[in-house]
Design a protein around this ligand. Structure first.
Ligand code: SF4
Length: 430
């Protein structure tokens, strides 16, 4: 059914879209990480490791997952994945993080400060996203952040709490990367809130640090963020289709739309518009989207090619739009991070159907092709495996393009030796 490990990326996409049922033999509570929705809008599932060291966060709680043909079973203490009655592969599960139950010096549970996602530690450090607080709510319609806030995570996390939790994650999980994520803050202040955390974590641990915040209108804040030690930034504009952006992300569309009005005539805003129009082809971007693209272009200049990403959700707009978004990001020298829409329980979109994996395949093919075509570095940081999204190289199995020598030279230049070795073995050099 799947030629593993070569096609582990395809299996990962099927699992995102169909979820899995859990056989009663499984003892997940004892054997692996708890299911937590601490951060971000779409995470809700079980982290598994497929052949080829491909990590995947599999939905198991949503109604669609209860109908899935995939089953996770445990036989003689070993986990495996089945498709109806056919064995697909053996599974590894990350071990249960008993350290989550330890506390910081202020008495906070470490597991309430952040969450392991794949092989990195993810932290949503502070106040609830402002779009969840408006009346009526303007939160993104797929998002579950406001549902988890104060339940599966601590509402307040001091810089010291966060540093202690990161050190524990490094000690127990050997993490190399910490990812910070915030929601929307009034007065263009999301980055002001996050910078002290970045600065202290970098100073105290030296780990690689990534940040995903709503875009700042005052671009000098990105200079401060870089000086604080951030190694990676990403921008979650979610949807490239202007109409869908407005429907799905009403807070972002309105708030950043107003910010764009104030910046009328700004050269970088104009450049962002020109580039977006070039890829959209038949329509004009929303002003609110341009604020994301403007910040992304600025960061691309500041950090260079590779450490800047744009995050989109596939399955909430036509695949052709997702492909346009990937091409747009590639032309900016940025990486596309492609989440797969998951109708999480309790969200406004909980009754929607998950997307069809076959329809999304060309999106993941393009994700890989874009980094090669635009010669964008990827896979360089050590030991980073993402469970919620495909790594760029995990999209290689979707693409029928070989790129010939260009592709080979890309791999040699841009992918770390260890990752390259693993990739060539997994894909049997084509
Ligand atoms: S900006 Fe949207 S996706 Fe992000 S936390 Fe707020 S509501 Fe959720």
């Amino acid at each position: 059914m799947f030629d593993l490990p070569r096609e582990a990326g395809k299996l990962k996409l099927e699992l995102f879209c169909q979820g899995a049922r859990v056989h009663q033999n499984c003892r997940l509570e004892e054997d692996t990480r708890p299911i937590k929705r601490t951060r971000g809008g779409l995470g809700s599932g079980l982290d598994l490791i497929l052949p080829g060291n491909v990590w995947v966060n599999v939905p198991i709680e949503e109604p669609f997952a209860k109908q899935s043909p995939f089953v996770i079973d445990r036989v003689a203490g070993k986990y495996s994945l089945w498709h109806e009655a056919q064995l697909i592969c053996q599974l590894k599960l990350p071990s249960r993080p008993r350290w989550y139950d330890e506390t910081t010096s202020s008495g906070k549970r470490l597991g309430d400060i952040g969450v392991m996602q794949g092989t990195y530690f993810a932290i949503y450090p502070s106040d609830l996203c402002g779009f969840w607080k408006t009346e009526p709510k303007q939160s993104c319609r797929f998002c579950s952040v406001g549902i988890c806030y104060g339940k599966t995570e601590s509402e307040e996390k001091s810089v010291q709490d966060v540093v202690e939790a990161v050190k524990a994650a490094r000690r127990f999980e050997k993490i190399t990367f910490v990812h910070f994520n915030t929601g929307f803050y009034e007065n263009d202040s999301s980055l002001d809130m996050i910078i002290p955390y970045v600065e202290e974590v970098k100073k105290e641990t030296g780990l690689l640090v990534g940040v995903q915040c709503p875009p700042a209108a005052d671009l000098s804040k990105y200079d401060r963020l870089k000086a604080a030690g951030a190694d990676h930034v990403s921008f979650c504009f979610e949807l490239f289709d202007p109409e869908r952006f407005q429907e799905i992300c009403p807070g972002k569309a309105e708030t950043f739309g107003k910010a764009a009005e104030k910046l009328a005539g700004d050269p970088l805003l104009e450049q962002a518009k020109t580039l977006a129009v070039k890829h959209l082809g038949d329509t004009q971007p929303q002003p609110g989207q341009l604020i994301f693209y403007r910040a992304l272009l600025y960061c691309r200049k500041l950090w260079g090619k590779g450490p800047v990403a744009g995050e989109i959700i596939a399955g909430l707009e036509p695949p052709e739009r997702s492909i346009q978004a990937i091409d747009f990001l590639g032309s900016c020298g940025a990486v596309a991070t492609v989440c797969v829409f998951r109708p999480c329980i309790g969200t406004n979109l909980e009754h929607e159907s998950p997307p069809n994996a076959g329809e999304l395949s060309p999106v993941f093919a393009r994700q890989w092709e874009a980094v090669v075509r635009h010669n964008i570095p990827t896979g360089i940081a050590p030991n980073i495996r993402t469970a919620m999204v495909h790594l760029q190289e995990e999209g290689r199995c979707f693409s029928s393009r070989s790129f010939g020598w260009r592709g080979f030279i890309y791999l040699l230049k841009r992918v770390s030796l260890k990752a390259l070795f693993r990739l060539l073995i997994a894909t049997r050099i084509r």
